[in-house]
Design a protein around this ligand. Structure first.
Ligand SMILES: [Zn+2]
Length: 271
């Protein structure tokens, strides 16, 4: 459920964990470029600092979410319900009978897959009765509710996913190709726009994630799964997870700025 870490936390991970991989490809694919092309222009080196800044933001928030999860993973809930029991109870309460709850390997790998209609809960969540586990399970059910209601930002997110994935992976290279082909403007513009779709995807992810957590924080006390004094821990766990998405979005914006600088730098070197 973290945003930046590669453990495709629920980060979704919304079936589409690919967006995380794309994110790191932006960073480390960009790193390769910084190493090679950067040698010939100080401009590229300077802009690469933006990518480093984004990566640092992601690492910090990822560390915070892990620390917060681990802290509240040690706090047992009084209801003594496991993450899996909580997920099934919430789905049933909301009349969602076609979504199954399964255990998935790894840590913080929890996600809801809309195509298979499965809430995947990690080993740390599925059998645990901790406040952290219950919070994460409820958050993933929040995504199942969104899908069930055809929540608008989720639909937008799904519709731009293919272009966003392509743009995140190849946008930078298309810009570079445009610069190499004697500054071919249409190609450079296309590369920037494609990459911007990856950024848009990250931005649309924010309301989707915030809304899933909001649903979780309303549902848990409402159903008596967590008591009022236990909700503080749930809020901390879900807020720290949300920060990873904010960091991811910020990192993608920084990468976009860098690509625009590269595009302009290419023009300058030609002019
Ligand atoms: Zn989520």
């Amino acid at each position: 459920m973290t945003g930046c870490s590669e453990e495709k936390s629920h980060a979704e991970r919304y079936s589409e964990d690919k967006d995380l991989k794309g994110r790191w490809q932006i960073m480390f694919g960009g790193f390769n470029f910084g190493m090679s092309a950067g040698m010939s222009s100080i401009y590229y080196d300077a802009s690469y600092l933006l990518v480093i800044l984004g990566a640092v933001l992601c690492l910090i928030t990822s560390g915070v979410v892990k620390g917060t999860f681990n802290k509240y993973a040690k706090v047992a809930s009084r209801s003594q319900m496991t993450g899996a029991e909580v997920a099934r109870a919430i789905l049933q309460k909301n009349g969602i009978y076609d979504v199954t709850v399964r255990r998935v390997a790894g840590s913080l790998t929890d996600n809801f897959n809309p195509s298979t209609k499965i809430v995947n809960l990690s080993e740390d969540v599925y059998d645990s009765t901790s406040v952290a586990a219950i919070s994460v399970a409820a958050h993933e059910c929040g995504h199942a509710m969104q899908h069930d209601e055809q929540y608008f930002p989720l639909k937008v997110r799904s519709s731009i996913l293919p272009v966003a994935n392509f743009g995140s992976k190849f946008g930078l290279w298309i810009v570079i190709a445009g610069i190499i082909i004697s500054y071919f403007r249409p190609l450079i513009f296309a590369g920037v726009v494609l990459f911007a779709f990856g950024v848009l995807f990250q931005l649309v992810t924010l309301p989707v994630e915030f809304d899933a957590s909001r649903r979780a924080l309303e549902t848990l006390p409402g159903m008596g799964i967590l008591q009022e004094d236990e909700m503080k821990g749930a809020q901390k766990v879900l807020k720290s997870a949300a920060m990873t998405y904010v960091a991811s979005a910020a990192a993608s914006i920084l990468s976009l700025i860098r690509i625009i600088l590269i595009a302009q730098g290419g023009r300058r070197s030609r002019d």
